[in-house]
Design a protein around this ligand. Structure first.
Ligand SMILES: C[S@@+](CC[C@H](N)C(=O)[O-])C[C@H]1O[C@@H](n2cnc3c(N)ncnc32)[C@H](O)[C@@H]1O
Length: 240
């Protein structure tokens, strides 16, 4: 049977929720998924890399999280990959620039699983995957992590922010808790929009247990990791 991410990859524009981008951009705008905290973690983690950076952003959306996270870097090149043409169109109007505005920006409407598999070895200083890998099946996550490791320089950094399950928490338990959070907190959305978001998470979101995520990154070849932010739904790690 076709998985949700296969269905999205075979449809023009990816997952329905991300096709016109307006609804998701309002979720980001209200910081309901803690994009401010996540992008601050990205900025802090990258502050030590004071060299021209080549950055790959897998599932970049409209690039706003990365734009904020990369704002103090010496950004040499930024590549954003996403299935959503609408998101990429918005990104092109206001791309990540880093400290100056000289970065070469490339956007690709593509399946991140394919883009990751095609990463040239040792090409990137930074790979970002913000709230995108949870759409993949476990084995696809493992393969993508291995491709990311191969695409990074040995002193490069991978930043993974995502939804996650606590030890022993089931997928259903996680989704029900996120649903309660959405219904309780995301109240500026219309009822129809809330239903659309809830239906999206039950169809398309496959968070892993936090221990699994760290073990899978280690199995992909990352030897060190740091935990930068977490609340009951969202987590940010860096690996190198
Ligand atoms: C929750 S949004 C996150 C967007 C952005 N990174 C952020 O943090 O705001 C998930 C993004 O991943 C993209 N996406 C999901 N599966 C994908 C795939 N297989 N290939 C490329 N993009 C994908 C979606 O189109 C969407 O833009």
């Amino acid at each position: 049977m076709e998985s949700p991410v296969d269905r999205a990859a075979n449809a023009d524009g990816g997952f329905p929720l991300f096709r016109d981008w307006d609804l998701y951009s309002r979720i980001v705008h209200h910081n309901w998924m803690r994009h401010v905290e996540v992008s601050d973690c990205v900025a802090e983690r990258l502050a030590v890399l004071d060299r021209p950076l080549r950055v790959m952003d897998l599932g970049c959306g409209d690039g706003q999280l990365s734009r904020r996270g990369l704002r103090s870097t010496r950004l040499a090149a930024y590549t954003g990959v996403d299935l959503s043409a609408g998101a990429l169109e918005t990104l092109r109007q206001s791309p990540p620039t880093g400290r100056a505005s000289t970065a070469a920006v490339d956007t690709r409407q593509a399946d991140l699983r394919v883009a990751a598999a095609e990463l040239p070895a040792g090409e990137f200083d930074v790979v970002l995957a913000n709230y995108s890998l949870h759409h993949l099946a476990p084995q696809e996550k493992r393969e993508t992590l291995a491709h990311i490791r191969r695409g990074l320089r040995d002193d490069g950094v991978f930043i993974w922010s995502d939804i996650y399950r606590r030890p022993g928490q089931s997928r259903l338990g996680y989704l029900e808790s996120l649903e309660r959070r959405i219904r309780g907190e995301w109240t500026l959305l219309s009822e129809a929009e809330i239903e659309q978001v809830v239906s999206h998470i039950f169809d398309a979101d496959f968070p892993e247990e936090e221990g699994w995520m760290v073990e899978a990154a280690a199995a992909a070849g990352f030897t060190r990791w740091a935990d930068h932010f977490r609340d009951e739904s969202f987590v940010v790690w860096s690996f190198h």
